[in-house]
Design a protein around this ligand. Sequence first.
Ligand SMILES: [Zn+2]
Length: 305
Amino acid sequence: MVESWPLDGREGLGDRLRRVFESGRLPHAWLLHGAFGVGKRRLALALAKGLLCREGPSFLGCGWCVPCGQAERGGHPDLLVLERPEGKARIPVALVRGLVGDLGKAAVSGRGRVALCAEAEALGVEGQNALLKTLEEPLPGAWLILTTTRPDALLPTVRSRVESYKVPPLPEDGLRAWIRARGLVSDSEVEDLVRLAGGSPGTALRIVEEGWLPRIRPLLAGRGGEESKGLEAIFEEGEGGKAGREEKRARAAFACDLCLAALRTRFPEAGALARAEALLRAKARLDLGLGAEIVLRSLEDDYIL
Ligand SMILES: [Zn+2]
């Protein structure tokens, strides 16, 4: 059976990708960008499955052939995965070079090879440069799929050589159904979780698994004393105890994101706070020395909701 979840409720993106497969003009390098947990990796795997399917490249694959099964479960010999090692801020450049070398080898299945790189922002400049030759002189039957939450962290030379697709958040109804189907929380907590997760199943899962929900709920209601107490608990939790530096940074960032999500639900005009955030992010990036063009292009993506 074809796994439809990666695109449920996001028919615009689904139609666009289906047309690309039907046209037969498949890009050699794809970039899927969007917020944390919206399903970029699931979609990347589904595209890889479609590229490796025995029935020929087809959108999301046939779902029943051996290569489709292998791609879905992991373990397809021609599906190469590049990931940031746990606890590291960057993907070591040696791993990138290894991937580039492997991508150039003959396909085991004869169909082609697909390299998947999640968190492409963790490639750093050196890692991205190591990918450039593959992007500039693509090999027939070799595909590269990058996913990132931060397309602006990619070099202009990389961005101009990949076909970019924004993966939008799930609509509220879709997320609600996803949460209920998995029995993630009790009925009385479903709506709060939907409001906090901002259309991201990955965020919903993380909120529950890491026990953030009871801490963040007082912020949703915005009750004075309770809110300060809640914040204290959140920041304490955000410090992450004995975790390593990168994990602590990730937890602190997640705590900030959750507080923002809670505040967002209290703003009268939908999207107003998200726009303010986008502007602040753009300013911070300009302060960091990023070029105006790239900052404004990504602001446009974020600002126009
Ligand atoms: Zn198949």
